[in-house]
Design a protein around this ligand. Structure first.
Ligand code: SAH
Ligand code: F3S
Length: 497
């Protein structure tokens, strides 16, 4: 994995780490593009930090890919040997946004010692702030948004050519526009390591939940054409990928064009992906309940490749808060969807996102949220105190709940979530679970580890002769022991696929 991941969800106390791996950049380590001959300039090295969601993790991998492809840059994890520093930022909550400038302050000191350093800021804070980034941090050389990262090579050339001009007077070093969805047409062929990969199927969000900045920072929803997505997945499968995680801010709202001009909906896309040779597991992140339609639920009956895990953010258990959040559905609708899914997949694991302390949240609203979490017994969940985001409709709402009350509510809520996470992991003992085998366990070399449908890490002993036939396979494991809230141990039963 080539990116340093800061997950704002992990920044909050309660959370369950997701196990999806970052896109890797094997391409950049390809010595044919990066090697140096005597008359060539030394190979430049690029370092990236990533804040935020899985979309950002995916984008960071692509930033490294484009600079590797265009300039033969190599990835480094050591900031002190880097020539180019990239920060892929998140603005979903204030805390994440503030980290950008404190981290940039540290990078400024590095640049004082090494004036040749090129500093680039991308992602949602860049998109929102545009040229304000350089007003606040004039040592930043390039600013780009989530939709313009494919233009990094040009931005880099421009900032190098105009090295002696103050950043604020340079031309062509800031691009935070939303140029349709052209970025995917300019990205190099995906190359990966391991057995899991993300594939971005749509960009942006048009749901405009009243608290959320995403529609403003990533733009309105745009879906990639079906054939482009399938070509990327074919290529990944040929390189040994077995599990695909389809990404989008409102992923189940996918409406991509087919080559005959008709529209492919998300459920149909799931069918196509399941037919790609070599793909044995499909996940997707993140869904909106409004678009969680019956055809998607039906897909769980027909497609064994769909994991028995659904992350479906609900945000609140109170209908009046849901209305103020402009989620446009009720709790009954949400519960009904879950019940329909459970009828088809009784073993389905559930997770969700919650916002605690939304403006106007009463004790009763909060109790409704607590009761919903207890009733649905989530496998894990993310919860955050509401953060006021400038420019969003919720920022205008009167908020009479004190921060102390919000903190106390969050602590109470997270206790419920942690207890149900723990109970779910204990419940696995004695059952058999499907696991994608990924690697030898670092700290237990006599064991292999992989991920179960419900994202728990599963460890099991193997003998040397079995190793190559097990890595990258879907196996069934009988769980024998609880190891930690997110990890269990077991015994291999059989290879499934
Ligand atoms: N569409 C995706 C991404 C949304 S951002 C999804 O539905 O998951 C991820 C989560 O961040 C949201 O589900 C929400 O719970 C949280 N979030 C978004 N804006 C927030 C805000 N202003 N304050 C607190 N949490 C927020
Ligand atoms: Fe944000 Fe709501 Fe879209 S949470 S990403 S506006 S579905």
């Amino acid at each position: 994995m080539s990116v340093t991941v800061f997950n704002p969800r992990l920044d909050d106390a309660n959370v369950t780490p997701t196990t999806a791996s970052a896109p890797t950049v094997a391409a950049l380590k390809d010595s044919s593009s990066a090697s140096m001959s005597a008359d060539q300039a030394p190979t430049k090295k690029v370092f990236v930090t990533t804040q935020g969601c899985q979309m950002n993790v995916y984008d960071s991998g692509k930033m490294l890919d484009v600079l590797g492809d265009s300039h033969g840059m190599e990835v480094t994890h050591n900031i002190d040997e880097a020539d180019v520093l990239l920060m892929n930022t998140c603005s979903i909550r204030e805390k994440a946004q503030e980290k950008v400038f404190s981290e940039l302050g540290r990078w400024r000191k590095l640049k004082e010692k090494r004036p040749d350093l090129v500093i680039g800021v991308g992602g949602c804070v860049a998109s929102q702030e545009g040229d304000n980034i350089q007003k606040r941090a004039p040592y930043v050389d390039m600013v780009f948004g989530p939709q313009t990262l494919h233009r990094l090579p040009e931005l880099y050339d421009q900032s190098n050519e105009q090295r002696n001009i103050a950043p604020k007077n340079r031309i062509g070093t800031i691009d935070v526009s939303f140029p349709s969805i052209e970025k995917f047409d300019f990205l190099p062929e995906p190359r990966v390591e391991g057995y899991k990969a993300f594939v971005s199927i749509m960009e942006g969000c048009s749901k405009y939940c009243s608290f959320c900045v995403v529609p403003y920072t990533r733009g309105e929803e745009l879906s990639r054409p079906l054939d482009d997505i399938l070509a990327e997945i074919d290529s990944l499968a040929e390189q040994g990928i077995r599990e695909i995680n389809l990404l989008g801010q409102n992923v189940n709202g996918y409406r991509g064009e087919k080559d005959d001009g008709s529209i492919c909906r998300f459920a149909e896309l799931l069918h196509y992906v399941s037919h790609v040779d070599g793909i044995e597991r499909i996940r997707y992140t993140t869904s909106h309940p409004l678009e969680f339609t019956d055809d998607i639920i039906d897909a769980y009956a027909k497609l064994p490749e769909l994991v028995s895990h659904l992350h479906l953010p609900v945000q609140s258990g109170s209908n009046s808060i849901l209305a103020a959040m402009k989620r446009n559905h009720t709790i009954d609708v949400y519960i009904n969807q879950i019940n329909k899914l459970k009828a088809i997949r009784p073993d389905i694991h559930l997770s969700s996102d919650f916002i605690i302390g939304f403006p106007g949240e009463t004790d009763e609203d909060f109790q409704d949220t607590l009761n919903l979490a207890k009733a649905l017994n989530f496998d894990h969940s993310y919860s955050f105190i509401y953060s006021k985001r400038p420019g969003t409709p919720a920022a205008e709402l009167p908020d009479d709940v004190s921060f102390a009350t919000k903190k106390a509510r969050l602590a109470e809520f997270q206790k419920v979530i942690v207890e149900s996470t723990l109970a779910k992991t204990h419940e696995m003992v004695g059952t058999t679970t499907r696991v994608l085998v990924e690697q030898v366990a670092d700290r237990h070399p006599d064991c292999l580890i992989g991920t179960a449908d419900n994202t728990r890490t599963v460890m099991f002993p193997y003998n040397e002769a079995q190793m190559n036939e097990l890595l990258g396979k879907i196996v069934s494991v009988r769980v024998t022991d609880f190891v930690s809230p997110h990890m269990v141990k077991g015994e291999l039963v059989e290879v499934l696929a």
